[in-house]
Ligand binder design. Structure first.
Ligand SMILES: [Zn+2]
Length: 493
């Protein structure tokens, strides 16, 4: 579960050029993946994880990619859905059918089920599990960890840390510094001096351990092969220490694909590498029921995967690329009661800001400027149209009522009811106006949501390259660890 209240953001609007990519196919899909190889070790292994990304998130991105430029009923296939092998993966953990990212990460990285919230320890929180990245590192391979969210968030942490609670951010940061892994890239290191800011700076510990710490674009671009161990955090930080959503990324800002390309450059060596890249904000957007932001980040993950494919073309017999999700988030689906058998995904293309950017660019400044008792929804209608493509006057009466009510709640004019359930079911703890706007826009597009949390449906796993064939079928998320270990010829102890 993501922290809902974020840090202030530095943002801009506009979809970036990568949204134009993709090959349109109306039926079936050709395989662009690397040819299957029967034998040989996977020496270069990429594991891409879309956090909160199951088939609905993937399909939404494919429908969107067509609808933004045409009225055709067709899907524009992503790079990874054209891989030669697809599988289905169950995600339940040791305590619930609805896993969190910590237990899901533990399952994928170590082959063990544990409780939600626990990273790489057993349900009794005494036994520690060794991760696939640690096995690979011990075998002499270099290791890279990239995430669009904080580098010590649950999913990236699952590859190098062992803690009883995912909220032990400082302990995770210290373990990052001691991991010896060659490359970390993406969001910040959260609580690097501890919760009370009174502990030894984990970044200083990393520097002592030989890491170069970079937090500027110039520094990032200057990194070259042979740079040694690197931690590269993004120059622009949005909510909760993360990189900006793809739809909020400014021209010149670094993307997940940039971090992936740089990682390949730094990790490439004759002994091979294991490289985990997480699109972490697909999950965060889905928690907030913001399909536009989620789709943008699925597409940015796909662009990062294109970098791996480019590398695989140069090493076709030695590269394995696996793409999976850790769980579904939001209960996203294509279809909504109000639009029945129709979808209008072209409306999603009109969204120019994530919910986070709307909060920080529009709603927060408005609340600071305008006294509660003189606040009027009319003041924000233009910004709402620009941000979400919503023409308020064209909404149904029910939707208008919902938006007006949410506006009053956001302004503090509508008292919260005595039961918290009402507030949560309506807004999930987010800014009422913002979450209602994304919901209304999504509903108008024919997109439905059932939750602000994760759901228990299986995820899809796609594979390309050497040993890809072992990733076909229906299996458990813990099997991913064993399949990866087998592909790398790692003997699990
Ligand atoms: Zn997750």
């Amino acid at each position: 579960m993501k922290k809902i209240i974020g840090l202030l953001a530095v943002l801009a609007l506009g979809f970036q050029p990568l949204f134009g990519a993709g090959v349109k196919e109306s039926q079936g899909g050709g395989n662009t993946g690397v040819a299957l190889a029967e034998s040989g070790r996977a020496k270069y292994v990429f594991l891409f994880i879309g956090d909160g990304m199951a088939m609905a998130q993937i399909s939404a991105a494919e429908v969107f990619s067509t609808a933004r430029s045409s009225k055709d009923v067709a899907v524009t296939r992503l790079e990874f859905t054209r891989f030669p092998v697809a599988g289905l993966t169950t995600t339940y953990d040791a305590g619930t059918f609805i896993t969190d990212s910590a237990s899901a990460g533990t399952a994928i990285a170590t082959g063990n089920k544990t409780l939600s919230g626990v990273i790489n320890m057993d349900v009794g929180k005494t036994k520690r599990f060794k991760t696939i990245a640690e096995y690979a590192h011990e075998a002499g391979m270099k290791v890279g960890i990239v995430s669009s969210v904080t580098l010590n968030h649950a999913t990236p942490a699952s590859f190098y840390a062992k803690v009883p609670s995912r909220n032990d951010y400082y302990d995770i940061a210290v373990q990052l510094a001691g991991s010896g892994f060659e490359y970390f890239g993406g969001g910040l290191i959260d609580q690097r001096t501890g919760k009370n800011k009174d502990q030894t700076d984990a970044v200083e510990m990393a520097k002592k351990a030989g890491y170069t710490y970079i937090d500027t674009n110039e520094g990032f671009h200057a990194l070259k092969a042979g740079a040694g161990k690197v931690i590269a955090v993004n120059a622009v930080i949005q909510d909760s220490g993360s990189m900006p959503y793809e739809i909020d990324r400014k021209p010149g800002g670094l993307s997940l694909a940039d971090y992936t390309r740089k990682g390949i450059e730094l990790l490439d060596n004759p002994a091979g590498f294991f490289f985990m890249v997480e699109g972490g904000k697909v999950d965060w957007a889905c928690h907030a029921n913001d399909a536009g932001a989620a789709i943008g980040d699925v597409l940015s993950l796909d662009a990062a995967i294109r970098e791996a494919l480019e590398f695989a073309r140069r090493h076709p017999q030695e590269t394995l690329i696996v793409v999976t999700g850790d769980h579904e988030t939001g209960g996203l689906t294509i279809g909504f009661a109000g639009t029945q058998y129709n979808t209008f995904f072209d409306k999603v293309a009109l969204q120019k800001r994530s919910y986070v950017a709307f909060d920080s660019d529009v709603l927060k400044p408005y609340k600071a400027r305008v006294p509660q008792d003189s606040a009027k929804l009319e003041d924000l209608l233009q910004a709402i149209q620009e941000s979400f493509g919503i023409d308020f006057n064209a909404l149904s009466d029910v939707q208008k009522e919902q938006v007006r009510f949410a506006f009053q709640r956001s302004m503090g004019n509508e008292p919260q009811r005595s039961f918290a359930e009402d507030q949560y079911l309506l807004y999930g703890g987010y800014e009422p106006l913002t979450v209602k706007l994304t919901q209304v826009m999504n509903q108008t597009a024919g997109i439905g949501w059932t939750s602000y949390a994760h759901t228990g449906v299986p995820v899809s796993t796609f594979a390309s390259g050497v040993h890809a064939e072992t990733f076909g079928g229906y299996y458990d998320n813990t099997d991913l660890f064993h399949k990866l270990a087998d592909a790398m010829n790692i003997k699990v102890q």
